[in-house]
Design a protein around this ligand. Structure first.
Ligand SMILES: *Cc1c(COP(=O)(O)O)cnc(C)c1O
Length: 667
């Protein structure tokens, strides 16, 4: 058993011998150890102000950003080797998979919220912020999607992965417990370090897990699968693990915390845990809350008797005091609870801030908006990054300061840059078309991408409303290739039906493969998010306004010069005058939020086909060689997108959090 300084600081459980091989005072799974020493020391010290950030999910994307190196080869369970495809060229689906030899994403996220939390930690590390993340180790992940055409579209499989051999994930020696329904629930703690892009700083992420011997079998299920239970007792227990467990984990690790930040209302019980011991009025000054959804169903609600059964009387009384639902008095509303107990509250885009003002008029004064972003070092492809480095003199050091990407505008009239950008994009596109070569995808053909959670308000089927129109567009404009990906939440029956309907539409296009090729990729994850957002010509985003709080996948796409085709919703509202693509369809009025069930499918699909046709024509001009200054609106849009990336990134976002929310901290 080797005990070194760093293992002590990490509070590593050294009873297992595989960890010391990978962890020395110089190296942590192939990365420098020094930043870990510095980060841990700051978190222990009272004098240095620190933030605890709580999130139910984290998408860290190790296959595309700073993959740790282990001395032992990756366990088979932690590798993904292939993805199936559902296409309109059916024969190929049976014989071919997309081959990938990549590390499984740390399977503790479901979609955009988790990816945002991951990108936030990365940018906090880039800015050397003293911050610790708290989350849950989901021992069976979210789910692995298998296609199941005509039976709900997909079948959700459990993910069997191995935390014990996952590179960079280490068990800690302190153990904690929380009271739950009259018994003690024991929690094991893990750590995962999120490195800054230049490897100079890290953020520790502490993950909690109940899959341990001390707990009876029925309790161990509580941290099996993210968002999979509809049972209120299980949901409450999971929120207790995150909120109450999170506070106890910070104490057990000896961290000195000055501010608490709740990413969504899931962790609202963190305040309750502290309020049972400290004055609520004082605590309210140090709690902050980011709300991520204007969709009502996204706000957690629990009946008080159920809550009391799990949480006990004293804490339930506190929840009643701060989080009673305004319309249903026998119900606790965790969004309100978080809002009532926080000094600062924010929505995640300018429009979302306004929607929140309408939804929560009593809290108007403390609701701000801080627009989401993406971590540019994770989401910009190497090809584009290398191209911009070549023009570093004009752009500036965009690696340390992504806002400098705005300077890409200066290159707009330089013919050589425009040509280089086009070639870089074609090189990215070739990676995708090589993956899909058995489905006859070609680098020259116009390619459209749509990938995100299959949720009804995102209108995944809009593109297939009128397949005849789609086919004629493809015939008239030199061919069309479409790539789709996304998981439907397994308990979301309408979304699953949608998923099946899309597969059905693709199936109906079987005879049209000469002009129109459609591939739905199974099991969407961050690896595919990066592949698609960096390689297609146009990124389609068609949520029903105003229900998309922000959306982030389009921000990944602009960092790669991919043109946008979008409804006017979320972050796009702030980019509408930037010339990054085409905006179409229904526009929400903020006087009246409208109904989530009024989908505008007919009008909006017609508007979508019209806008798509225009974009295809512009693309074809560029393809034919019209790419110079003043002669290609297409290249202009690519450049405008890259320049807008200077704003829509998490470096700018974290800076805004520091200035507007964590402001009285000297950090
Ligand atoms: C970025 C990302 C999302 C978010 O996509 P939106 O368009 O913002 O909904 C979802 N899933 C994965 C895997 C992502 O990488």
């Amino acid at each position: 058993m080797i005990v070194n300084k760093i293992s002590e600081l990490i509070k590593l459980d050294v009873s297992r011998d595989q960890y010391p091989q990978n962890i020395t005072d110089e190296s942590f799974y192939g990365f420098p150890s020094q930043p870990i020493l510095a980060a841990e020391e700051k978190l222990y010290k009272k004098e240095s102000p620190s933030i605890a950030y709580f999130s139910m999910e984290y998408g860290l994307a190790p296959s595309i950003y700073h993959e740790f190196k282990s001395v032992t080869p990756l366990d088979k369970r932690n590798i993904i080797t292939d993805h199936e495809v559902f296409s309109n060229i059916k024969d190929m689906d049976y014989y071919h998979f997309i081959p990938t030899q990549k590390i499984l994403d740390l399977p503790i996220y479901s979609g955009g919220l988790g990816v945002l939390a991951g990108d936030t930690l990365k940018s906090a590390a880039d800015r050397n912020t003293s911050l610790v993340g708290l989350g849950i180790l989901w021992s069976k992940g979210y789910f692995k999607q298998k296609f199941w055409f005509r039976y709900g579209g997909q079948w959700p499989e459990e993910i069997s992965w191995d935390p014990n051999s996952y590179p960079g994930l280490v068990p800690l020696q302190p153990k904690i417990s929380i009271p739950l329904s009259g018994t003690e629930l024991h929690l094991k703690l893990w750590k995962y370090y999120v490195y800054s892009h230049d490897l100079k700083n890290v953020i520790p992420l502490v993950l909690m897990d109940v899959e341990i011997e001390e707990n009876p079998e029925y309790l161990r299920e509580l941290t099996h699968q993210l968002y999979r239970s509809v049972n209120p007792w299980i949901k409450i227990a999971q929120r207790m693990i995150l909120g109450i467990g999170g506070i106890r984990a910070l104490d057990a690790l000896g961290y000195s915390i000055d501010k608490y930040h709740l990413n969504e209302g899931h962790a609202a019980l963190a305040f309750i845990e502290k309020a049972a011991r400290e004055k609520p009025e004082e605590l309210k000054k140090i709690f902050n809350f980011t709300c991520h959804t204007p969709v009502e169903a996204g706000h957690d609600r629990f009946h008080f008797p159920e809550l009391e059964g799990a949480l006990g009387k004293e804490k339930t009384d506190l929840v009643r005091q701060f989080g009673q639902d305004e319309k249903q008095p026998n119900t606790a509303n965790f969004t309100l609870l978080a809002m009532n107990t926080s000094a600062h509250v924010n929505g995640v885009a300018a429009q979302h801030g306004k929607v929140m003002h309408l939804q929560f008029p009593h809290h108007r004064d403390k609701i701000q908006s801080i627009t989401n972003g993406v971590h540019s070092h994770t989401w910009m492809s190497k090809t584009i990054n290398d191209l911009l480095l070549k023009y570093r003199r004009e752009i500036g050091d965009f690696l340390s300061d992504p806002t400098l990407l705005a300077n890409v505008q200066k290159l707009k009239n330089i013919t050589a840059f425009r040509e280089d950008l086009w070639q870089a994009h074609l090189a990215n596109k070739k990676v995708l078309t090589d993956f899909l070569k058995f489905w006859f995808f070609k680098p020259e053909t116009f390619t459209l991408g749509w990938a995100r959670r299959i949720a009804i308000y995102k209108r995944p089927g809009l593109l297939f409303q009128d397949i005849n129109q789609l086919v004629s567009l493809a015939k008239d404009k030199g061919g069309l290739q479409i790539v789709i990906a996304g998981k439907a939440h397994p308990e979301d029956t309408p979304a699953s039906m949608h998923m099946d309907e899309i597969l059905n539409q693709i199936n109906l296009l079987n005879g049209e493969m000469k002009y129109l090729r459609v591939c739905f990729l199974e099991n969407y994850d961050t690896y595919f998010a990066k592949l698609l957002t960096s390689s297609v010509d146009v990124w389609l985003n068609n949520p029903l306004p105003p229900f998309e709080a922000s959306g982030t996948s389009g921000m990944k796409a602009i960092l790669n010069g991919v043109v946008q085709l979008s409804t006017l919703d979320g972050w796009i509202v702030e980019a509408v005058n930037k010339g990054i693509g085409k905006i179409f369809g229904f526009e929400a009025s903020l006087d009246n939020l409208g109904k989530e069930t009024d989908w505008h499918l007919k009008d909006d699909s017609a508007a979508l086909y019209a806008a798509l046709g225009e974009l295809m024509s512009l693309y074809n001009q560029a393809l034919r060689g019209q790419r110079g200054p003043g002669e290609s609106a297409w290249i202009d849009m690519m450049i405008n997108g890259l320049a807008a990336g200077g704003y829509f990134n998490t470096d700018r976002m974290v800076r805004e959090y520091r200035e507007k929310i964590w402001k009285d901290l000297q950090i």
